[in-house]
Design a binder for this molecule. Structure first.
Ligand SMILES: C[S@@+](CC[C@H](N)C(=O)[O-])C[C@H]1O[C@@H](n2cnc3c(N)ncnc32)[C@H](O)[C@@H]1O
Length: 212
């Protein structure tokens, strides 16, 4: 699985990447002053947006190509105090390059942003991902998770479809914030497989207000 991701970055098969960032994040995220953990972050523009909201952000990503692309494309300088660690100069953004499951150097993050992360992992790996992520977060961390929902019997992931039961099994504090048709943006392999429904689902903890 790890080799497959590295190869995707090498050949540029990164159809999940949203150059303008994720619209639901901008719509619903309401935290500032947090230390935000972004597992399996790719070169997501969401790192920049989260930081612009007054948070300090740490992303973890396997591919060094992705990490350097993030800094280059956003014209950010970085310093590196240890192998695999990239600290943006003058910005509260750190990227750690390596296998997320080996990332133990820091913990106590008080917010999680997961888009394209849990859904990137096969079913047998997801419980370990959730347990490892929990070990890096404070008990009452704010959670923001975006999943996808489609007929998994018709097509295989990634991204993998997750049931509400599975998600709430990992994160009982989550509530479903939104669910919308995202067929227009789903991977072409799903259209080829004949899927006619594909939803993106937004989960958030501590929902106090509903903004429409
Ligand atoms: C579907 S992409 C999503 C990237 C990002 N979250 C986004 O929304 O653009 C999944 C990313 O996870 C990375 N990845 C996969 N397995 C990983 C692992 N074990 N440790 C760290 N990164 C991993 C891949 O290289 C890829 O960039």
């Amino acid at each position: 699985m790890i080799d497959a991701w590295i190869e995707r970055w090498q050949v540029g098969r990164i159809g999940w990447h949203e150059p303008g960032g994720n619209a639901s994040l901008k719509r619903y995220w309401d935290q500032t002053g947090c230390r935000v953990l972004v597992p399996l972050c790719g070169k997501s523009a969401d790192l920049l947006w989260l930081e612009s909201q007054g948070n300090s952000v740490t992303g973890v990503e396997l591919s060094e190509l992705a990490v350097t692309a993030f800094f280059d494309e956003n014209e950010l300088e970085y310093s590196s105090s240890s192998p695999g660690r990239f600290d943006a100069v003058d910005r509260n953004i750190t990227m750690v390059c390596g296998d997320y499951f080996d990332f133990v150097e820091e913990s106590g993050f008080d917010a999680l942003y997961d888009r394209g992360s849990l859904v990137a992992l096969p079913a047998d790996v997801r419980p370990d991902y959730a347990a490892h992520t929990r070990s890096l977060l404070t008990q009452d961390a704010c959670l923001f998770v975006i999943t996808v929902d489609y007929d998994q019997t018709r097509a295989d992931g990634p991204p993998f479809s997750l049931s509400a039961d599975e998600i709430l099994g990992y994160w009982p504090d989550l509530e479903r914030r939104d669910r919308y048709d995202d067929l227009a943006n789903c991977p072409p392999k799903f259209i080829d497989a004949g899927l006619t429904e594909f939803y993106e689902v937004v989960w958030q903890s501590g929902i106090t207000t509903v903004r429409r």
